[in-house]
Design a binder for this molecule. Structure first.
Ligand code: NAD
Length: 258
């Protein structure tokens, strides 16, 4: 699966799925653009990415999103693949006093930033007949308790993916979304959880899967590369689930009593 000299933008590349994805694209010969907020973490990832372009940016800010596309074009001259991976989680209930500001923050990163980046990158992807891979979640398929904002953002992202896939298909641009179940990354820690809570959360997530396991970032990164590659030339507007059977197990209680 060579991406020799393809220009690939990965948002949220400073840790987890984004870091693993950027490293794998670089291993396949891509010119990688690492986008994230933490310069030090980006520098660490960049050591495994050949000669990447590093852009410290908060994708939820329009001016930063604009800078991501402009700097990529100035440095590499084109865009072949956009991986919209940056995302955040938070505990939210509709009865919470502060639900609205938290909802706004989650939607700005998980959905609005993807819309802005897609809008800015699309004309350039049309030129290269490139493609977009969005990173959603099984939370786009089903709801989880205390996750009002996250679930809404990911369901919105899934539907946005399909709408844009339909619009860009005549231009030869594919747009897809990956829906992971639990993946061992910094996501829970980045929500402010202690080490103990992080461990307990991943243990609970593991118990919610049919396969009784949590994925690592490389598994999701491999799938992202496959979907971005020519091997997937027939795939557009698809949501690809990689969840260790979380959706299967969701409502799997026997209906039979006794
Ligand atoms: P992570 O916290 O390790 O990585 C997310 C990255 O996005 C971080 O580098 C973070 O700094 C960056 N980011 C967040 N907001 C940003 C912003 N405004 N601007 C720029 N960068 C920003 O978590 P991860 O698990 O690797 O998450 C990657 C994606 O996978 C997210 O969209 C997440 O919703 C999704 N996902 C994760 C899991 C899981 O169990 N880890 C499951 C399903 C979906």
């Amino acid at each position: 699966m060579s991406f020799q000299d393809k220009v690939v933008i990965v948002t949220g590349a400073s840790s987890g799925i984004g870091a693993a994805t950027a490293i794998k694209f670089a291993e396949e010969g891509a010119k990688v653009v690492l986008v994230g907020r933490n310069q030090e973490k980006l520098n660490n990832v960049s050591k495994k990415c050949g000669n990447p372009l590093i852009i410290a940016a908060d994708v939820s800010k329009d001016e930063d999103a604009k800078r991501v596309i402009e700097e990529t074009l100035r440095y590499f001259g084109s865009i072949d693949v956009l991986v919209n991976n940056a995302g955040i989680g938070s505990r939210t209930n509709i009865l919470d006093k502060d639900v609205i500001p938290v909802f706004d923050r989650i939607m700005s990163t998980n959905l609005r930033a993807v819309v802005v980046l897609t809008h800015l990158a699309a004309p350039h992807l049309v030129k290269t007949k490139g493609n977009i891979v969005n990173v959603s979640s099984v939370a786009g398929y089903r709801v989880f308790q205390e996750n009002v904002a996250y679930c809404a953002s990911k369901a919105g992202l899934d539907h946005f993916t399909r709408a844009v896939a339909l619009e860009l298909a005549p231009h030869g641009v594919r747009v897809n979304v990956i829906n992971p179940g639990p993946v061992r990354t910094d996501i829970v820690e980045n929500m402010g959880a202690t080490k103990e809570i992080v461990e307990a959360t991943f243990e609970r997530l593991r118990s919610m899967t049919a396969l009784s396991r949590v994925s690592d970032s490389d598994e999701v990164a491999d799938l992202i590369l496959f979907i971005a590659s020519d091997k997937s030339k027939a795939i557009t507007g698809s949501s690809i689930v990689t969840d260790n059977g979380t959706l299967l197990k969701g409502n799997s209680m026997s209906p039979l009593e006794g």
